[in-house]
Design a binder for this molecule. Structure first.
Ligand code: DOR
Ligand code: ZN
Length: 347
């Protein structure tokens, strides 16, 4: 049977970079148009480390998304070696911090203030475990002698397994998984560990970045791996396993920062996120699992209700623009200039 219209509970995006200032105003409406809620990453300059900063940032996001008044940004704290546990506890109990994000120091964009050794913040993680505040992990082990394609697999053994052994009740989301190793690790772990999967890691492998010329707009961190891993991620996402859910990791950088001798990591996937995800599920003959992955599993893990609204996806081709924005804000959307088989919303 071919399905050409899908009506599902409105999805949430459990991993989003909205930036700040003029870029925030430009990109946030794309996320708010498709999603009911989004987990907002805190890697601003300076990073969001206090509840007051997060509350102010949330205010700016609500202003930027005022055309979509049902949209709810869920804020996160940026963990540092010196983060104050009481600040997290207060922010969480006041409903400002939904979760806290751990960037290993120097793993990615604006992570210089990240955590140098997870054991340094064990007292903070123990408090999070106690109050039921989820820990969101950028799961890469960084080191001069660790190959960039091995960073995630090394992190599983060196950091994640000991952490789960030491804090079995801590709720942990392994963000943007990119390997078969991570998919299998998460599936085998307790119900307190879940993972987000980006749409680009379901669609591209490292050949797409490197063969026939370097494609800076497909460069992100963790970097896409070999084909075997992409296939394992597609299997995990479409399996119906509630431990896997949608998180785009949409991460806009202006085009001149991407097309550069030292190009920034990040893919701006927000404008057509759901169209690309649903295409993957369609190709895998798994449209019946799409609502669980996109709209149900994430909120269940976070202990939140599902969204009240429904959204429609139609199998109707559309072309992705070459660029979005003007002047100093020009950004290339994921799949720029390509034709997508699905459309979001009524048309
Ligand atoms: O590709 C990425 N871009 N990965 C990250 O972890 C950070 C993000 C960004 O903020 O640009
Ligand atoms: Zn991210």
């Amino acid at each position: 049977m071919t399905v050409d219209t899908l009506i599902i509970t409105q999805p949430d995006d459990w991993h989003v970079h909205l930036r700040d200032g003029a870029m925030l105003n430009q990109v946030a409406p794309y996320t708010a148009r498709q999603f009911g809620r989004a987990i907002i990453m805190p890697n601003l300059k300076p990073p969001v480390t206090t509840a007051a900063q997060a509350a102010a940032y949330r205010g700016r996001i609500l202003q930027a998304t005022r055309a979509y008044p049902d949209f709810t940004p869920l804020m996160t704290a940026y963990l540092t070696d010196t983060i104050d546990a009481q600040e997290l506890k207060n922010g969480h109990s006041e409903g400002i911090f939904t979760a806290a994000k751990l960037y290993p120091a120097n793993a990615t964009t604006n992570s210089a203030a990240g955590v140098t050794d997870i054991r340094k913040i064990y007292p903070v993680l123990e408090v999070m475990q106690e109050i039921g505040m989820p820990l969101l992990l950028h799961g890469e082990m960084v080191g001069k002698d660790i190959d960039i394609f091995d960073r995630e697999a090394v992190f599983l053994d060196a950091v994640l397994q000991p952490l789960l052994d030491d804090m079995p009740e801590l709720k942990v989301v392994l963000e943007h998984i990119t390997t078969q190793d991570a998919a299998e690790f998460v599936a085998a772990a307790s119900g307190n560990l879940a993972a987000t999967i980006t749409v680009h890691h379901l669609q591209i492998n490292r050949n797409d970045i490197l063969v026939g010329g370097i494609k800076p707009h497909l460069y992100c961190l963790p970097v896409a791996k070999r084909e075997q891993h992409r296939l394992a991620l597609r299997k995990a996402a479409t399996s119906g396993n509630p431990k896997f859910f949608l998180g785009t990791d949409t991460a806009p950088h202006v085009i001149t920062d991407k097309e550069s001798a030292c190009g920034c990591a990040g893919i701006f996937s927000a404008p057509h996120a759901l169209e690309n995800y649903v295409q993957v599920f369609d190709e895998e003959n798994a449209l019946g699992q799409f609502e669980a992955f996109a709209s149900l599993n994430g909120s269940a893990f976070y202990g939140l209700p599902t969204n009240p609204r429904k959204v429609t996806l139609r199998k109707q081709p559309q072309e992705v623009p070459a660029v979005i924005g003007e002047g100093g804000l020009v950004v290339a959307p994921y799949k720029a200039g390509e034709t997508l088989p699905w459309q979001f919303g009524d048309s």
